[in-house]
Structure formats: C-alpha cells, structure tokens
Design a protein around this ligand. Structure first.
Ligand code: DQA
Length: 145
C-alpha cells in the first residue's frame, strides 16, 4: 500500500534549522530511511514537503484520490494554526500519525495546542528523526490488520 509522508513549513531546512530542537539529520536522509523501511515491509512510501498551506491541502486531497492507506504527518507550524489542513485530513478519513521532532510540550505554550491530535491515530513528539521511523513501524503494523 502507499504511505504518504507529509511535512509542513521549514522542514526542508532540517539539518541546519535550530539543531538543538530539530537535530542534525536532513529531511532527505530521513526520507531515504523511511523509503527503505516501507519497501522492506512490502509498502511504498511517497514524500511531500511544502511551505504553503494550500499545497499541503491539495496534496491531502490528492491522497484521497490515490487511495493512500496511511499518512505520517508533521504539520510543523501549521500544527498550531491550520483549520484548513485539519479539515482536509478529516475529509479524507485516511488514518494518520502526527509526528514532531521536538517535544512540543516542553517549549512555548503556543505549541501545546494541535489542530490534529484529536483526529490522529497517535502522536509522537520529542524523539527526533526516530519519531518518523517509529510512526512508520506503527503504520505498517496497522496495515496488517
Ligand atoms: C515541529 C514543532 C512545531 O511547533 C514547529 O513549528 C515546527 C516543527 C516539530 O517537528 O518539532 O516547525 O512540528
């Protein structure tokens, strides 16, 4: 099945962006690992990152048409702001896991609220790049059922 890995604004800067919060691994390296992990389990991972809200909304709508089975989503700053991206995920009914590299609960108060967590299958926050791999492992388990 297809598993879409969707990353929001500024995550294209991973590796150079505030490494004390987000680590030193680039998005390209994270995605390479996820591609291998998905393939080893007999699935196909697809990847999309955008800094633009409407592009992320469009990609989620496309995922519905493509019959994507699962989404790993790091909405980045849109976590805390985007009703539009939330509504897109709600519309698709595609199960998703919300991933954050940093522990959003250990930072500024405005990061504690997410527009996605109540819709998500689960949330991983604070485990760095490994969080994506753990989320993918969980997604793969669920796709067996
Ligand atoms: C983030 C946390 C968000 O608060 C922040 O705006 C990001 C990245 C994370 O992965 O830790 O851009 O989603």
């Amino acid at each position: 099945a297809e598993i879409l890995v969707l990353n929001g604004p500024n995550l294209n800067l991973l590796g150079v962006r505030e490494p004390e919060h987000y680590g030193s691994t680039t998005l390209e390296i994270i995605n390479q690992r996820l591609a291998k992990q998905a393939e080893a389990a007999g699935h196909r991972a697809s990847f999309y990152q955008s800094n633009a809200e409407h592009e992320l909304v469009g990609r989620v709508q496309q995922a519905m048409q493509d019959k994507v089975a699962f989404v790993l989503l790091n909405p980045a700053a849109f976590t805390h702001t985007s009703v539009a991206l939330r509504d897109a995920l709600a519309a698709t009914h595609i199960p998703f896991i919300e991933v954050h590299l940093s522990n959003v609960h250990a930072r500024e108060a405005f990061r504690k609220h997410s527009y996605f967590s109540d819709l998500a299958v689960g949330v991983i926050s604070g485990l760095g790049a490994q969080g994506y791999e753990l989320a993918l492992a969980a997604a793969i388990e669920r796709l067996k059922k």
